[in-house]
Each structure stands twice: as structure tokens, then as C-alpha cells.
Design a protein around this ligand. Sequence first.
Ligand SMILES: [Ca+2]
Ligand SMILES: [Ca+2]
Ligand SMILES: [Ca+2]
Length: 246
Amino acid sequence: MVIRTVLALLLAVALAVPAAASVTSVYGTWSKTADGYYELLMAVPPSDGGSSSSSLPSANQGNDIYDLDHTYAYEWALTIPDVPDGYSLDWVSVLVGNLTDYRYAPGTDKLFINLLDTPKSKRSGSGSIGTATNYVNRYSDGGTTASNYFANWPGDHALLDTYVDTNGYSPNNPATWDDYELRVTDETQLGWVADGKFGWGIDPDCHFYNSGITLTAHASAPELPPALLLGAVPVAGLAMRRYRKR
Ligand SMILES: [Ca+2]
Ligand SMILES: [Ca+2]
Ligand SMILES: [Ca+2]
């Protein structure tokens, strides 16, 4: 019974490790996590679009793509450093903090989120922001029709999700703001990312407040399957057996 309890505790600790590891990541650089993965974090370039006065953490002060004004569609284009040698991409995700429609209109308002294999070149036009390797292009789309601006994007692309806000928005009521994460695990789509250049196509119809948008990319070594990392006890047992054979 004691052994079973100890094993259960060890397993619980091992399972808890992956969740705690992400804090070691550094923006724009692949960082090795405590459990042997690599992670890359990037944020959209800071913007201040002077959009509506939303009462959200960091609203209108940071990486919120102009709080996703509905009269535009936004292409967040990224060039990421090569995945470290011997590692391959497991997933990439986009996280939108405190996301909310500016009103309650789940029947009409939509936020389209696309993955784009080939981003366009950085524009110098109005509202486009960022650097040569991390920029947002802003395209006017009229904003009154809930249709995906990126449906006919040149090259490979996919509509990953159409977000609908079902709890509306109320200033000073955090219960109406939701952290939203979308994770890509499809092999073909990961290939669009793994070549180093890709984009997120984000089309708000209507207006969606948020407090910042970030990317996380996650890579593991193929020779060390995640299943092994989940169980510290079996891994330790394997090492012991190998030692005894020598
Ligand atoms: Ca909401
Ligand atoms: Ca739009
Ligand atoms: Ca690509």
C-alpha cells in the first residue's frame, strides 16, 4: 500500500511538470524547458489604435492589434527561428487574452481565425505595424458583413475557428472576458509553420476587445516520445535495467 502511494505521488509530480515548464520561455527565442521540450513565445507588435474605451487589463496599450476593430482584417506575419536540431514541432498556438465581443450579438458577430502558409510582405501603409520578422498588415474590409476576409488568400491557408462570444461584454466585469487559445496540431498545417514563415489571418466582424495576442510554438525530440516524459517512474526503471546489463 505504501509503495502504491509513493508511486502515485511520483506519477502526480511527473504529470505536473509539463504545465509548469512554460514559464522558462523567452520571447523570440527557442528555450529548453525543464522537461526537455523547446518552446518559443512571440507577441504581436505593440499597437495603440486609439480604439474604444474598453475596461480590460492593458487594453489600448499593448499587443492587442488595435483591439480588433471590425472594419479591418489583420494578418499577423511571423518569421521564426529554426526549430533546434533534432527537434520537431508538436504544436503552435495563438492565445488572445481577455477576448470579448464589444456587445452581445452571438447571432451575427464572428471572429475568423486562419492559418496562412505564406504571409505577404510588410506594408508601409496606414495601420501596418512591426518589424521585418514580426508584423501586422491591416486590410480594410468594410466590417459590416460577417464573412472571412482570408477565404481566398494566396497559397495554402485554413480557417481554423470561427469564434462567437456567447456572454457579451460588460466593462469592469471580468466574467465577460475570456482567454482564448487555439492550438494547431495538424501535420500539414505545422509544415506551413516549420518552414519559418507563416501568418495568422484574423478577421473581426464585429469589434473584439482583447488585452494581447501571443504565439507559442512547442517542439520535442522524436527519439524521446512525450509518453516517456509523462512517467518518471518507468523512465527511471529503464535506466536501472540498462545499467545492470553492463
Ligand atoms: Ca464576452
Ligand atoms: Ca473585419
Ligand atoms: Ca510557410
